[in-house]
Design a protein around this ligand. Sequence first.
Ligand code: ZN
Ligand code: FE
Length: 259
Amino acid sequence: MLQIDALPAFNDNYIWLLQDTTQMRCAVVDPGDAAPVLAWLEQHPGWVLSDILITHHHFDHVDGVAQLHAHTNAKVWGPALETIPARQVALNDGERISVLGLEFQILLVPGHTLGHIAYYHLDPVAPLLFCGDTLFAAGCGRLFEGTPEQMHHSLGRLAALPGHTGVYCTHEYTLSNLRFAQAVEPNNPDIAARVAQVTQWRAAGRISLPSSIALELRTNPFLRVNETSVKEKADEWNSLNNDSPSAVFASLRSWKDQF
Ligand code: ZN
Ligand code: FE
């Protein structure tokens, strides 16, 4: 049995903890801080941290790796194209790996950083996606290293996954992303419903994740650049005729950067 929990870190990061409850083995995704993971292991005697999965090189995703590896000897997996502390296995696009007995496919998704990868578990019933800072709930990562074209292409790969894929991103940005989504699509009822739901969850101290690909397709403006109304808003923002989906994406991303 696989159980997935979020260990909060810093202001708004989540370290995803995957637990094989039968074997009492676990894995973490993007431990930017070792302390919450070590605290969990201390509170759960008998559990072994076997794997550490990294999506990209930013400090809030990797700063706990060296300490956790030294403490547990967990295997460290990370993107081949980036410098990751204590990395033992360098991962490239299309590779398949086994973690906790589950197969994950590696997707190279440049944009936020140039070597950013996502981990996709192809389970037919409950597919899972750990996508770091690429796809967020109702948003996407900033373009620190890549171009809008690269990010648009990367998001397109994720958007093509099955609708019921669980989306596990690294930050609790959902409400502020939804405020932007509403500015782009003031008449989208799915966005309005999601704002109401997430507002209620956050007020009750609940996290807004995981999301799903289907929900993102309905409410994430960065996945909706083919919608006429979204294009028109993008055109208004940069006073251009954004005549390709990636141009619409670029306009939305620059708008969001200043929103
Ligand atoms: Zn990042
Ligand atoms: Fe981050």
